[in-house]
Design a protein around this ligand. Structure first.
Ligand SMILES: Cc1cc2nc3c(=O)[nH]c(=O)nc-3n(C[C@H](O)[C@H](O)[C@H](O)COP(=O)(O)OP(=O)(O)OC[C@H]3O[C@@H](n4cnc5c(N)ncnc54)[C@H](O)[C@@H]3O)c2cc1C
Length: 599
């Protein structure tokens, strides 16, 4: 059985308004033996069953992807979060995140795996009735059946609820006849089961259906010719009076949009976490290449410009890893609380994720952005070879790009996450005015436990929160309920919120590591934290300035806010080249990403 650890329960988005102690957060170094065993088994599967076949997968070799998914099913990897009674392993949310992290190194397979286990399976797990769960989940968990999720249409992408696909009740009232066109459907080419969103009559909202391929009336276009993840099946799917028994409606009529949104919350956080191993792999390959490649008579890894890139790769990977598992455990803890309060398991799990929808969006945006940055740096380190299909970076670069587009584009997620925080403020769940009191009381920083080597970072994170809330407060004051129309401001605020959460998660993880094993053995992590913090503060400062610049007009004078902004983002004492060199030296020595969590 997995070990559960009692922790204080925090609210989703609460990180902006409270300061957590490091003892309250989970760090990936705390995975238990069973979780480490799962991680190793997954890595072994990837090494043997996926990585040797990437070229054949990318060539869309007939039958290959579904056969690999079936093998994953045999090992239990498709049912990690499905309860044992439906053929799954019934493991925790964070264990599911861990599996998503390791699967991440596989490009096209990552998408096929995510579409099947996430958006394809979870609507049934969380919204299916008992008969539907018993009928479908064992088949999906074992990999006997493969699933896909049909929401997007040619004219409805981000605006998903505008879908036009229709479901018409048959005269004998036994079936719905579904007609419409879906687009960009991952796994469509080999799926046995389709989760389909359609509108009944003139309903405002979508309704979800479980559609078996065997129901008939389903045709498809050829595979899309894509920029990346070329081995993932992506097709347009046409439903032509597809006869779906009424008992295959998921949940209630018009509940489909809610299902889509809630399932995407889960997809999102797993997508964000599901970049970690890809980042580590790119960092390891880049280090190895940089050590081997000689120019001007020396390895290119000896150049500061290369070290700078390697160290950035490591610090940002450390950061997304810290944030992902902190949030994953928050969800597990919340689920435990809800179950203890008497909620059934499936409802508790759904509500647990919903509570951390802000963090889920943060992790999606940050993870996908970081993967893209790291892949870009990887190409650069490889030089001309980075542009060649003979080396691994071209594929990594192409495969990374989609993460910023699906599961809600990053723009939509950015606005969503700020919108959710504002909603919580408006509903009185968080008190912005009280937090902004620091303007009246001065800018003191109360003392809390801090390690000597990270005291400035502790202050920097607190100041980031203040800076973020200050800009949010100013925007709310200026725009009131019309703030949603000010997307340029919201996007900049989202940058500050994201950097604040990730920075705090990174700092707290390192403080916990220092507490557990002392400063000397945590030296690498201290360096990673400082380097990351420098970047986070710089980005937040730029975003804050830009948000304020959006608000300037003849009557609005923002000089005092800009001065406060400067004070709150004055984390400038670190020598970044020294940090960068220290981190990179460690990578160069090990010839790979600088630390290992499980072996
Ligand atoms: C490879 C791949 C696999 C996919 N797999 C699936 C799948 O399995 N199932 C499925 O249902 N869908 C899938 N999708 C679809 C994917 O979810 C959509 O592409 C995505 O939601 C964006 O929708 P869109 O392409 O219509 O872009 P649009 O919504 O047209 O967006 C275009 C641009 O406008 C911006 N934009 C849109 N609305 C706003 C707004 N209100 N404010 C500000 N900016 C806005 C977007 O951020 C984006 O930059 C997949 C897509 C791809 C490419």
């Amino acid at each position: 059985m997995e070990k559960t650890v009692a922790r204080n329960i925090v609210k989703g988005g609460g990180f902006l308004f409270n300061h957590s102690h490091f003892s309250e957060i989970f760090i990936p170094e705390e995975f238990n033996d069973e979780q480490k065993m799962m991680a190793n088994a997954t890595q072994d599967f990837i090494d043997k069953e996926v990585l040797p076949y990437v070229e054949r997968i990318d060539a869309l070799e007939e039958g290959l992807m579904p056969s690999i998914l079936s093998k994953a099913g045999n090992l239990g990897l498709l049912g990690v979060n499905i309860p044992e009674q439906y053929g799954g392993l019934g493991m925790s949310f964070n264990t599911g995140m861990l599996i998503a992290d390791i699967i991440a190194s596989t490009g096209s397979f990552t998408t096929a795996f995510g579409a099947h286990t996430g958006i394809g399976t979870l609507p049934i797990l969380y919204y299916g009735d008992e008969t539907q769960k018993e009928k479908y989940l064992p088949k999906l968990s074992s990999g006997e059946w493969k699933a896909c999720y049909c929401l997007t249409e040619p004219d409805s992408g981000s605006d998903a609820n505008a879908a036009k696909t229709k479901a018409v009740l048959s005269e004998d009232q036994q079936n719905y006849l579904i007609t419409g066109q879906k687009m960009w459907i991952s796994n469509a080419g080999f799926a046995d089961l389709f989760i389909v969103f359609a509108k009944i009559e003139d309903d405002k909202n979508l309704t979800a259906f479980i559609v078996e391929k065997s129901f008939g009336g389903i045709t498809m276009n050829d595979e899309e010719r894509k920029m990346g993840i070329k081995g993932s099946s992506t097709r347009q799917v046409f439903f032509n009076d597809t006869k779906v028994p009424v008992e295959n409606m998921l949940s209630n009529r018009q509940n489909g949009f809610k299902i889509a949104v809630n399932i995407l919350n889960i997809g999102r956080i797993k997508l964000g976490c599901g970049v970690i191993n890809a980042c580590k792999q790119i960092a390891s390959q880049s280090t190895n290449y940089a050590n081997d490649r000689k120019q001007f008579g020396v390895s290119i890894s000896s150049f500061g410009a290369i070290k700078q890139k390697l160290s950035q790769m490591a610090s940002k990977t450390f950061a997304i890893e810290s944030a992902s598992y902190r949030a994953g455990q928050n969800i597990d803890d919340q689920v435990d609380v809800l179950m203890a309060q008497g909620h059934p398991e499936d409802i508790a799990k759904l509500k647990g994720v919903e509570q951390f929808a802000i963090e889920a969006a943060i992790i999606k945006v940050y993870g996908s952005d970081v993967l893209n940055e790291i892949a870009d740096q990887g190409v650069q380190i490889y030089g001309g070879m980075g542009f060649s299909e003979e080396a691994p970076m071209a594929r990594a670069y192409r495969d990374a790009r989609i993460a910023k587009i699906y599961e809600g584009t990053n723009e939509i997620n950015r606005m969503l996450l700020v919108g959710m925080i504002i909603k919580k403020i408006t509903k009185g769940e968080f008190n912005l005015a009280e937090e902004l009191d620091f303007f009246k009381t001065g800018m003191n920083h109360e003392n809390a436990f801090v390690s000597a080597s990270l005291s400035k970072e502790y202050k920097a994170v607190k100041d980031l929160k203040k800076a973020t809330l200050m800009i949010m407060g100013k925007a709310l004051e200026g725009y009131g309920s019309k703030i949603n129309e000010e997307q340029e401001v919201l996007i900049n605020i989202s940058e500050m919120v994201i950097e604040t959460y990730v920075a705090e998660s990174t700092l707290l993880r390192t403080l916990k590591l220092i507490d557990q094993s002392g400063e000397a053995s945590a030296e690498l992590f201290i360096n990673l934290t400082k380097l990351y913090l420098f970047d986070a503060v710089r980005k937040s400062k730029n975003a804050g300035y830009e948000a304020l610049a959006c608000m300037i007009d003849e009557d609005t004078h923002l000089d005092s806010l800009l001065t406060v902004m400067d004070q709150l983002t004055a984390y400038n004492h670190v020598n970044t080249s020294r940090l960068s060199r220290d981190i990179a030296e460690e990578m160069i020595l090990q010839n790979k990403f600088p630390y290992t969590l499980y072996s």
